[in-house]
Design a protein around this ligand. Structure first.
Ligand code: F6R
Length: 606
């Protein structure tokens, strides 16, 4: 959730940290702040509510040259969105930033923290600062003080503490993302909640295990790692920095979300190249080598809806029993495991707290764990036995679009591998053809976007929106509603078409919109459901086959799609209509599309 960046080394600290925060702003944008040791003016602290640009405005005339700096973008948990509650928090020479929740903050405040510590904020994070300050006066080193403080806190968190007197940074985490970076050429050292912030700065990336202290100082040529008893530790993973991150500027697009929607046709083609013709095929084969009777799929939000499609693929193509679970529920429901179970975790970020907790739970039960994940090197990636990268490139828009498509399609490729489709030349060719057809159709859809835009303009101010779909279109009805809620801030719900008359039909009146998916599968039944809404004066937007006169007649708005040849991939095609409708409705409402209110890209707290 919150973005963390720190740097020690050459005189570029504030610039690096501000650039890193810019890259991580999509993880939280309630407020931003930096604390740096100015070359001229000693330790400085600047923080401001709102987007990073507010902080940059404050810093406009400030001399920021420094070789020691930490910064933060916040997604508020404890304490409102105020300047005081923004991070970093500072006491004397010590500043800290925090991502996560200290579950026992109140207890620590009344029982452990020095009574005369003057709290300036309502945050749980400042309790950690109070502890570090207390132990710093009693310890022989700053890292000892941070270790002592960390031993007291409960809950999942990452902390970065900076000491301007001793000129060092110490970072530590428990079940929260944290990475360190090193540029051996100039001895620059970095820390961040996401290695993406360090692209172009650090060539070596280190992922510490939980409860491992990371020590960054001017004196050492390397980053040092210690356990909580201050013994040097090797509990970290090292990898070369990923330089392949796709371009992350908006280019000609007004929003990242639109850019990411438009990227989909090309990404689908690349997926074919990598998994059908390229090196990635061997990862698919590794999943195949296990005997699997049942798949337990776990994910949150959009990734969960992609998981529902993967369930359909596994059952349809492989006749393997599969169920999808919301990780936030799964982790607390005492799941029953069986011999030959396998678990599949789906995540764009690979850092979603609930998904990770569910993965750990499954791992403890000795079930093989696989992932469909976008971020190589993420916590989920490192946890799983086998990873299938969805290859969506960096997704910056907070509302997920291209990741959904790539998750569902990588799931389809996994099903193909499990079912032997990729071992049979003609079946493989057919599948490739279908993927390329999907890419082409999405391209055509995007070229005809004006029509969707016009519909969005007529409908963005209605009372509510019901997305409906049957069978394989049900997951995209759910995803369509989620997308619209997230960015247009309107009430929207996804329903299985056949379920409308079991309750939600009571909502239908002339101000209620039904966005109905009428794919070729179960078409007659879907038409009957649309008729039922029409009879109650609901506004009907149908996404249906080209030239279906009956559907055109009963619909107020008709979006014709060429479903031919797409078969089980057609929900992904339909979903692009949902993405575009949501995008334009949000745009007509004047909302902040890439950074919608209250949301953050990577949900690293429960
Ligand atoms: C919706 C959205 C969220 C994420 C969910 C899981 O547009 O982005 O619902 O899908 O928070 O995130 P990941 O995929 O990173 O695990």
């Amino acid at each position: 959730m919150c973005g963390i960046v720190g740097h020690i080394g050459s005189d570029i600290s504030s610039d690096v940290v501000l650039e890193g925060l810019k890259r991580l702003e999509y993880r939280g944008y309630d407020s931003a702040g930096i604390s740096f040791l100015s070359n001229k003016n000693g330790l400085q602290l600047y923080k401001k509510t709102g987007k990073l640009e507010n902080l940059l405005e404050v810093l406009k005339d400030v001399e920021t040259t420094s070789n020691l700096c930490i910064g933060h973008t916040r997604w508020a948990t404890h304490g409102g969105v105020t300047d005081q509650n923004s991070h970093p928090h500072r006491h004397g020479n010590i500043s800290i930033v925090h991502n996560g929740i200290i579950e026992n903050a109140d207890e620590l405040k009344s029982e452990v923290v020095d009574k005369d510590f003057e709290f300036k904020s309502e945050t749980d994070s400042e309790v950690f600062l109070a502890l570090v300050s207390k132990y710093n006066s009693q310890s022989s080193s700053f890292k000892e003080a941070v270790a002592e403080a960390f031993k007291h806190v409960k809950g999942n968190s990452a902390f970065v503490a900076m000491n301007a007197e001793t000129k060092e940074i110490v970072a530590i985490k428990r079940s929260a993302p944290l990475a360190c970076g090193l540029n051996p050429k100039n001895n620059d050292k970095f820390v961040s909640s996401d290695p993406y912030a360090l692209v172009g700065y650090a060539s070596e990336i280190y992922f510490p295990d939980d409860e491992v202290l990371c020590h960054l100082s001017h004196d050492e040529k390397i980053i040092k790692f210690y356990d909580l008893n201050l013994k040097e530790s090797e509990k970290f993973q090292h990898q070369k920095a990923d330089t392949s991150s796709s371009s992350t500027d908006k280019g000609e697009f007004e929003h990242y979300m639109l850019k990411e929607i438009y990227e989909q046709p090309k990404l689908i083609q690349e997926l074919v190249q990598d998994y059908i013709h390229g090196k990635a095929a061997r990862h698919l084969a590794k999943v195949k080598s296990k005997e699997i009777d049942r798949f337990l799929i776990n994910a949150c939000g959009t990734a969960y809806y992609a998981g529902l499609l993967v369930v359909d693929y596994l059952e349809l193509i492989n006749k393997i029993q599969a169920s999808a679970y919301l990780s936030s529920e799964f982790r607390y429901r005492n799941p029953l495991f069986q011999k030959n179970d396998a678990a599949l975790f789906i995540s764009q970020s690979g850092e979603t707290a609930d998904t990770l907790a569910a993965a750990e739970l499954v791992k403890e039960n000795n079930i093989p764990i696989y992932s469909l994940v976008n971020v190589r090197g993420s916590t989920l990636y490192r946890l799983c036995d086998q990873n299938l990268l969805i290859k969506a490139g960096t997704e910056i828009g907070v509302a997920s679009t291209k990741a959904f498509t790539q998750m569902a399609l990588t799931g389809r490729l996994m099903a193909a591998s499990l079912g032997g489709e990729l071992d049979d030349e003609s079946k493989k060719k057919n599948l490739e053809k279908k993927f390329l057809l999907l890419s082409e159709r999405i391209n055509d859809l995007i070229s005809g976007v004006e029509k969707i835009k016009e519909i969005a303009e007529s409908l963005y101010n209605k009372k509510g929106y019901l997305f409906t779909g049957r069978g394989i279109y049900y997951p995209v009805a759910l995803e369509g509603a989620l997308k619209l809620k997230e960015i247009a801030y309107v009430h929207a719900e996804g329903y299985a078409s056949g379920e409308l008359k079991h309750g939600p039909i009571a909502l239908i009146d002339e101000e209620m919109v039904n966005i109905a998916v009428a794919g070729p599968e179960l078409l007659e039944k879907t038409i009957s459901n649309i008729q039922e809404v029409k009879a109650r004066k609901g506004i009907i937007v149908t996404i249906g086959p080209e030239n279906n006169k009956e559907l055109m007649k009963i619909s107020d708005y008709y979006i014709p799609l060429n479903f031919n040849g797409l078969d089980e991939l057609s929900p992904i095609y339909v979903n692009v209509v949902h993405q575009l409708l949501s995008y334009y409705m949000a745009k007509f409402k004047g909302n902040d599309i890439d950074q919608p209110r209250n949301l953050a890209k990577s949900v690293t707290v429960e």
